[in-house]
Design a protein around this ligand. Structure first.
Ligand code: 5RP
Length: 223
């Protein structure tokens, strides 16, 4: 938690007065949003937030960050977490089932910054499963198709609700385990090509900068 707070707070310093900011989802970006809200109050900053989930929408509103949408504004900077980051700064996201809107918002930003602790850094993606947001009617057919790519599918079940996780968009999530992902850009395209897949959690080639919290401080990784 210490490391997540350190990097979330550091990323809040990247935001400039007047910016439109993509607000990522998860426990690391929670610290980013809280620190950003504090800066807005203390420094009288005028910013607008574009949430990537109901979680970040509710948190930002609760903290007093004014909200806008992609319909109304372009995004200067987006800050988001990740579940894995490989040596070429490709990501797996979607541990919080928010990867569809996260990809829309993060890819629309002029600058996309990722905040992680060093436990998320890997040589190759694949220890963490790739989440697929799936139209419920396609659950069985998508699960069968991912096996053609060497994936092992598993429907994500809810914790405080009976049955599957339902995303902010009303869909299911299928987590797909792969041995080791050698070519994330190709797999990202192939998975999105399966009928019924709304979006998958591979973010290949999107990131401008990764801020990694370590016990010795923050390391910056750039493309
Ligand atoms: C949500 C995400 C999160 O950004 C990712 O799961 C990282 O979360 P955390 O900061 O809690 O470790 O992709 O869909």
């Amino acid at each position: 938690m210490e490391l997540k707070m350190m990097v979330g707070h550091a990323a809040a310093e990247l935001v400039k007065d007047g910016n439109v900011v993509g607000l990522g989802t998860g426990s690391t970006t929670r610290f980013f949003i809280e620190k950003l809200a504090q800066r807005v109050k203390e420094e009288n900053m005028e910013i607008l937030g574009v949430p990537t989930s109901y979680q970040s929408l509710l948190l930002a509103k609760n903290q007093g960050i004014p909200i806008t949408t992609l319909e109304e504004n372009d995004i200067d900077i987006a800050v988001d977490g990740a579940d894995e980051v490989d040596g070429n700064l490709n990501l797996i996201k979607g541990g919080g089932a928010a990867h569809t809107l996260e990809k829309i918002v993060d890819s629309a930003a002029d600058r996309f910054v990722v905040v992680v602790d060093d436990s998320k850094i890997v040589e190759y993606l694949g220890k963490f499963p790739v989440p697929l947001e799936v139209i419920p009617e396609a659950c069985r057919t998508v699960s069968n198709r991912v096996k053609d790519y060497g994936g092992l599918p598993s429907l994500r079940m809810a914790k405080m609700k009976d049955g599957p996780v339902i995303t902010d968009n009303g869909n299911f999530v299928i987590d797909v385990h792969f041995e080791r992902i050698e070519n994330p850009a190709d797999l990202e395209k192939e998975l999105n090509n399966i009928p019924g897949v709304v979006e998958n959690g591979i973010f290949a080639g999107l990131v401008d900068q990764v801020m990694v919290a370590t016990s010795k401080g923050i390391k910056i990784l750039r493309k």
